[in-house]
Write a protein that binds this ligand. Structure first.
Ligand code: HEC
Length: 117
């Protein structure tokens, strides 16, 4: 059996990383108002809300067969961040109505567009 202190010291580095990440996030959300859209927030939302069906990041192995990966969506001609955000504001028959706010739609759209880069 591993003594408790060994487990704790093992967990410490990752705790410290988590604290650093949280500090970075806090700094980010403070500066977020300076930008129209927050791509990192979009990524967080995408992984939480969209990854069940869509492949939302290059390190995700698979999604649902009928849902296009974000990298594919990003390459649809004319489907720019604005169009994507507008699409997300309206319930889509094959997608659950997620009550996405305008800000969240913008962040998600910015993230999706970046997946095509
Ligand atoms: C329950 C599964 C599901 C979830 C969850 C889901 N989607 Fe979809 N989504 C689909 C399917 C299926 C399609 C394809 C619809 C079609 O072809 O008619 C689609 C289509 C889209 C399209 C349009 C692609 C095109 O070709 O016009 C966008 C943009 C999109 N999804 C974004 C998102 C985002 C952003 C989220 C998370 C907030 C999300 N989806 C969550 C299933 C889902």
């Amino acid at each position: 059996m591993t003594p408790a202190y060994a487990t704790l010291s093992h967990a410490l580095p990752s705790l410290r990383r988590a604290a650093a990440a949280m500090a970075a996030l806090a700094a980010l959300s403070l500066s977020a108002n300076a930008y129209a859209a927050d791509v990192d927030h979009g990524e967080t939302l995408a992984k939480r809300w969209c990854a069940a069906c869509h492949v939302v990041a290059s390190d995700q192995s698979h999604g649902q067969d009928n849902a296009p990966p974000f990298a594919t969506i990003a390459k649809i001609p004319g489907f720019d961040a604005n169009a994507i955000a507008r699409f997300l504001m309206n319930p889509h028959p094959k997608m659950p109505d997620m009550q996405i706010s305008r800000d969240e739609a913008d962040d998600l759209a910015a993230y999706i567009v970046r997946q095509g880069k």
